[in-house]
Ligand binder design. Structure first.
Ligand code: AMP
Length: 283
């Protein structure tokens, strides 16, 4: 397993692979790896001859006052997991390597970022678009793997790839959860036991919406009210947002007609914010 820290070296390796006609799968991460990340690695290994995982905590996607400095970092542990998973190359650049200057270029994707996490974290997705563009440009994979856990990020990146004509297949993989339903997240490490027990309610609320839709309910306000009731069982959590939107364009609707929707929730536990979502197909 190669560990590469410089852009030039990463480019040279991906060029070598391309010349050898090897397909390259790429999994961008911020480290503190768990089974969610590893599910992306496994999919990438199944579909490609070479797999690159990047670990880079991107300062541009953290707002002032967010947890950039305190974001969990555990390089040793991550390298062990990735070696065991059979990854070919880890790209581990420094902040200075990725941002030799503060970028003058700014990204913007208003229709997909003026809702959900984009509202709570203004500037976050602009930072994501910058780093993903740079990483795709450096690694030059044939396929890139993202998790549905960050559904809005998936939509933004998918459209970035289309709009900038990157010659890359975008793959979104399902959310990996703990046995009792909590979506895995690097930030779960910050939760106290009682917060963790309560965090399960996010998934319980999503399942409630699914059950109601399965039983024929299509009024968005009724679904949201039922979900809110579930979340209000929690003593510690504070709802940030709870929305049901069209899955491709993140538009509000009042009634679910034939099509695909995303049910998205975010909640605070103290300063910590957890997100979860569910895709619902209505036929
Ligand atoms: P992060 O390190 O948080 O930037 O995540 C790197 C990638 O792993 C992103 O595409 C995430 O959506 C994905 N990911 C994080 N948590 C999960 C999860 N529980 N299930 C599936 N994918 C995940």
């Amino acid at each position: 397993m190669k560990i590469i820290r410089s852009i030039n070296e990463m480019r040279a390796l991906s060029t070598e692979w391309r010349c050898a006609q090897a397909s390259v799968g790429f999994v961008p991460t911020m480290g503190a790896l768990h089974e969610g990340h590893l599910s992306l690695v496994r999919a990438s290994k199944e579909e490609n001859q070479q797999v690159v995982v990047s670990i880079f905590v991107n300062p541009l996607q953290f707002l002032p006052g967010e947890d950039f400095a305190g974001y969990p970092r555990n390089e040793e542990h991550d390298l062990q997991l990735l070696k065991k998973a059979g990854v070919d190359c880890i790209f581990l650049p420094t902040v200075e390597e990725i941002y030799p200057q503060e970028p003058l270029l700014k990204f913007s994707c208003p229709s997909l970022t003026n809702v959900l996490c984009g509202l709570s974290r203004p500037g976050h997705f602009e930072g994501v678009m910058m780093v993903v563009s740079k990483l795709l440009n450096i690694v030059q994979p044939q396929q890139v793997y993202f998790g549905q856990k960050d559904y809005q990020q998936c939509l933004v990146v998918k459209n970035l790839i289309t709009d900038l004509a990157f010659n890359i297949d975008f793959r979104m993989l399902p959310i990996v959860r703990e046995a009792h339903g909590l979506a895995l997240s690097s930030r779960n490490a910050y939760l106290s036991l009682s917060e963790k027990n309560e965090a399960v309610l996010l998934n319980v609320a999503l399942q409630k919406a699914q059950a109601m839709v399965d039983a024929g309910e299509n009024a968005v306000e009724k679904l949201l009210t039922a979900m809110r009731t579930v979340l209000q069982e929690g003593q510690l959590l504070k709802i940030d947002y709870l929305e049901i939107l069209t899955a491709d364009t993140l538009q509000k609707v009042e009634l679910l007609t034939k099509g695909r929707y995303v049910v998205a929730v975010a909640a605070y536990f103290g300063k910590m914010r957890l997100i979860d979502n569910l895709l619902i197909d209505v036929s």
